[in-house]
Structures are given as structure tokens and as C-alpha cells.
Design a protein around this ligand. Structure first.
Ligand code: PLP
Length: 387
């Protein structure tokens, strides 16, 4: 007899296939490199979040190996039991000094950090206001926690203000946004958000996964372009830092509150100590040399200059450059055309983005050379003729 739940699963899978939303993974060697090989074909990679190319940096890889000798290949448990290594402490202290927050706490991933923030602070605050284009980790946690969630239109300060006007929100609300939005590459108005948060005695959280490492003074991130710090900052190490993991930066008592009440911290194995050591090696490279950042921004400028003549290009000043086609099937076909020309790009389809806004999410990196950008532009103009 066929199970009812089995039928439900198969029905939903089929529905996804019919809507061209079905996701498949492809085995890729070195997805973090400039060139990748898939089924013996060579592609120029425009899909990696390894914005500075640090994933393949020999000094960082060597430092990871060296730290393994010190701390092994695993932490041995939760940081609350046995897993808090001096390398974790060193990285946390270094981060808090560099980014000018009293405390830093490491998390195993950005997804986990965002979930933890909303669940833990949801025990204090009653409401959360989230930018509509925020990452799935933020939206999902907001909808699945006890806290009452409202979304404001993307980067729309007036809409947020209008929502906050009701008195009950004063003193009782979290505001959560991103520094640089992951699918559009645009920047949030952090200065205005800080003013609004102050006015309503709210608590502002900025997830700067995509700005950290490349923007602002010393690559400290979007908040440091004009030194406007939120109450709590999320940074991740899986993008420009080239590795994996995350940290939150906050006040002393908030950090202590997380250590007492965050299940993501208490009941999860701590980051591999050697990884923490290698992250610090990468962060020092970011802090003390702007060479990679400068190269990245030269590439971005070169791309922007020609891309603005493309029909589907949406302006962005960051490594994330969206080509918004709208229709999912057309977007898949567009990506296929580019792949045929040896360029690896990824179609982004709903529900990762709003309906009708399917796109190619191009990522420019410091690994690319001028020629790569020119080839990409040429291929985009070619592919656009078929849409
Ligand atoms: C804005 C944002 N926050 C959080 C995450 C999740 O970070 P991680 O990959 O470390 O889980 C991502 C990942 O793409 C992201 O774009």
C-alpha cells in the first residue's frame, strides 16, 4: 500500500519540476577557483562567493595545516563542554578589537548565527521588522519563532517608519536587515536605520555576509564605510574570507545572554580550532593589504561600464551583479547559453527570490582578469539576443 506521506512528497516534487523550480546539485571540483571543470569541460567561474580568492590562498591553506598540529581536525564538542580552544578565544578577541565591538562570538555558520539571534533575542523582544529581501535564514527564523514578524518593503525607510508608528512597537522591536543584499548586490541605508532604531528604542541587527571583507575601511564591511555601527553585526567567513563559519559582534551583556541561552551554541560542536586559526590568517591579509580589494573593484568597474547597456542588467556597486530576466524558464535558457560559451553562471529562481524576478546572479571576484570580464560581457550581449 502506498503511504499517504509518500504521495505527498512525490506530488510536491513533481509540482516543483513542472514549475521549473527543481534544484539539482552538480559535482564541481574547485568551485572556488577562477576556472572549474565539469564533465571534462572547462568553464570560467562567475558563481563563487570567494570574492577575494582567499579559498585557494597558499599561505592560508598552510596555516590551516599548521594549526591542525596544534588542535587536531575537530573541536571535540560544544564550546560549553570541551570545544572552546585558545584559537577560538584569540579569533573572538581579535575580531572584537578590530571591529570595535565589546564582544565577538563564533558560530558554525551564518545560517546558524541568524537563527540563534532571532530565537534568543525573541525571548526579550516581542516584534521583529525584517527587510523583505533578507536571506532565508532571517526570514525563516522570524516566521518560526515566538516573535511577531512584519516585513518592510526592500530598503524602504518610509514603509518601516509607517509600520513602527504604532506605540506598542516602541522599546519592543528588533529590526533586521543585510549590509549588502545577497541577490541584488545593493546596499541597505544603515545610517537611516540607526536613526529610526534610536527613535523607537529598537535594536538594529545587520547581517553583512556580503560586505564584510570587501567594503569599508580595511575591508571591515558596509557599516564601516561611514562608521555607522548597528547594535549587533553578523559577519560570515564563507564569502570574502574564503572559508566557513560566522561571528556576531555585540555588547558584553548580549554576548553573555547568548552564551546562557543560545541552543545553537550550547548544543552544537564548536568550530574546528584550526579553522579559527586559518580564519585569523585570512582576516589579517584582508586588514593589512588592500591589493585584492582594489583588484576586485577594478573588475567590478570594468563590468559595470559595459553591462549598463544590457537590457536586463540591474545596477550594483558590489561583487554581486544581477541580470534580472523575470521568467524562470527564460533564465534557465539564458544560463545555458552562457555555459555553452564556457562561462559558469547560476540561475536563481523563486522561492530564493520573489516570483517573476528570476535572474542570473553573477559574482565578480579578485581572481578574474580583464579578459575574463570582457568575455563575460560579450557572452551576455550574445545571450540577450535570444530573449
Ligand atoms: C546574507 C546572508 N546571511 C547568511 C548566510 C548564510 O551564511 P552561511 O553560508 O555561513 O551559513 C548567507 C549565505 O548565503 C547570506 O547570503
Amino acid at each position: 500500500m502506498n503511504n499517504c506521506w509518500n504521495e505527498k512528497i512525490n506530488y510536491r516534487l513533481l509540482k516543483y519540476k513542472n514549475q521549473n523550480l527543481y534544484r539539482k546539485r552538480i559535482e564541481i571540483n574547485n568551485g572556488n577557483s577562477r576556472w572549474i571543470y565539469i564533465k571534462n569541460k572547462k568553464y570560467l567561474n562567475f558563481s563563487s562567493n570567494n570574492y577575494l580568492g582567499l579559498s585557494c590562498d597558499t599561505e592560508i591553506m598552510q596555516s590551516w595545516k599548521d594549526y591542525i598540529k596544534l588542535g587536531g581536525v575537530g573541536s571535540g564538542g560544544s564550546g560549553h563542554v570541551i570545544g572552546y580552544h585558545p584559537l577560538h578565544k584569540k579569533l573572538e578577541v581579535w575580531l572584537s578589537n578590530w571591529l570595535n565591538f565589546p564582544r565577538a562570538l563564533l558560530f558554525s555558520s551564518g545560517f546558524s548565527a541568524n537563527q540563534a539571534i532571532i530565537h534568543v533575542l525573541g525571548t526579550i523582544f516581542k516584534y521583529i521588522f525584517v527587510d523583505r529581501l533578507s536571506h532565508a535564514s532571517i526570514i525563516e527564523a522570524s516566521l518560526n519563532s515566538n516573535i511577531s514578524c512584519k516585513s518592510f518593503r526592500h530598503n524602504d525607510i518610509n514603509h518601516l517608519l509607517k509600520l513602527l508608528m504604532q506605540n506598542k512597537y516602541k522599546n519592543n522591536s528588533l529590526i533586521f536587515t543585510e549590509g549588502i543584499f545577497s541577490m541584488d548586490g545593493d546596499q541597505s541605508p544603515i545610517g537611516n536605520l540607526i536613526k529610526i532604531a534610536k527613535k523607537f528604542y529598537s535594536y538594529l541587527i545587520v547581517d553583512d555576509a556580503h560586505g564584510f571583507g570587501i567594503l569599508g575601511d580595511e575591508g571591515k564591511g558596509t557599516s564601516y564605510i561611514k562608521n555607522m555601527l548597528p547594535d549587533l553585526l553578523v559577519i560570515t567567513f564563507g564569502k570574502s574570507v574564503g572559508m566557513h563559519g560566522a561571528a556576531i559582534l555585540c555588547q558584553e551583556n548580549i554576548a553573555e545572554y547568548f552564551l546562557q541561552f543560545s541552543k545553537n551554541l550550547i548544543y552544537s560542536t564548536a568550530m574546528i580550532p584550526a579553522q579559527a586559526g586559518a580564519i585569523l590568517t585570512a582576516l589579517k591579509k584582508i586588514r593589512y593589504s588592500s591589493t585584492l580589494r582594489d583588484h576586485l573593484f577594478r573588475n567590478i568597474k570594468r563590468f559595470q561600464c559595459s553591462a549598463k547597456k544590457l537590457k536586463f542588467y540591474k545596477h550594483s556597486n558590489t561583487a554581486i551583479q544581477p541580470i534580472i530576466i523575470g521568467d524562470s524558464l527564460l533564465t534557465i535558457q539564458f544560463a545555458k547559453k552562457l555555459r555553452k560559451q564556457g562561462l559558469w553562471v547560476h540561475p536563481i529562481l523563486p522561492p530564493s527570490i520573489p516570483k517573476g524576478q528570476a535572474r542570473i546572479r553573477i559574482t565578480i571576484t579578485a581572481m578574474h582578469q580583464e579578459n575574463d570580464i570582457d568575455n563575460l560581457i560579450e557572452a551576455l550581449f550574445y545571450a540577450e539576443r535570444f530573449i
